[in-house]
Design a protein around this ligand. Sequence first.
Ligand code: AMP
Ligand code: MG
Length: 352
Amino acid sequence: MPTRINKGLEDSSTKNKIFSIKIVVPLLIAAFLLFYNFNQKKELSEYKETQALFGSYVTIHCLYDEREDILGVVEEGWRRLKEIQISMNALSVGGYVARINKSGYDGVQVSDDVYRLLKRSLEFSDLTRGAFDITVFPLVELWKNAARSRQFPDETAVTNVKKKVGYQNLKLKNDNIVSFKVSGMKIDLGAIAKGYAVDEVVKIFTKNKIKNFYIDAGGDIYCGGKYKKKKKWTVGVQDPRNKTKIIDVLRIEDAAVTTSGNYERFISLNGKKYSHIIDPVTGYPQDGVISSTVIAPTAEKADALSTALSVMGGKKGIKLINSLSHVEAMIIEDKGGKLKKYRSKGYKKLKK
Ligand code: AMP
Ligand code: MG
């Protein structure tokens, strides 16, 4: 009897088990499918668009949950980029920079954001001991004109134009008034504006809780959050001699990467390529550095510093980067045809 009872009991518990398996298994499958679909949906929702801006191409790539939310936000981002393009381009008539260059000697009132960017530009000049200098524009024009007329400028021309260059002569006064101390001075935000613009879009995304994205403004890149399957974004540093080759692959999360180099933008004179980055102290195009890559918390910082490092060169440049926190860099010099790479202390950790 006990055996039977036991058997009977066993029977009913087995039945219960089968019953619960019948319910639990389909429930688990349904839950898995729901979870899988949800994740699939998440992975499938991507926005990617490229537009011609800043004399280059800008790409915005976002991963998101709901399409309705994202379109309004990226639209705001594109609008902001276009606004900055006009206000910061030295050649766009009516923009703040063009106005400063026209009437800077008398003083020009600018918007809060332009004023603040000019202030930070002067701080970058101090930090890099003048290697980064937005007042370099008269020299930029001199070298561009030389390339156009295919005539190497003589020393006197360089010396004369250099008198109009010097960030110490750019004055930021009360009430957002910007003025030049020397007549004929001009500014150029080409070395920092794209980075600043990228950061402005990052701000818009952060405000709207968009975490996983990248923005690439012609080499000024910001990677927000992570890519699919929780992997960090990867950014390839190109070989300055061969665009199809990658030197290093970096893993980046919530940081910016910018490369300055003369392999894409350069001045051609007497059959020789010259950098579009000018050494404000000598007045001549920088020579020696063929690419400098900076990784920093903001695109503005990465942009300004990468330009400065091209002027400073490998040794001095890396010394400066090693003295800053949360900033890494790689500088590549051409040493008689051979490439010499200088890397900051923490750069290796970013490599894949
Ligand atoms: P990037 O491509 O960010 O290195 O910026 C290069 C651009 O910045 C050039 O095309 C010039 O318009 C401008 N520029 C050239 N030399 C300097 C310099 N030493 N400091 C600041 N801006 C510069
Ligand atoms: Mg730059």
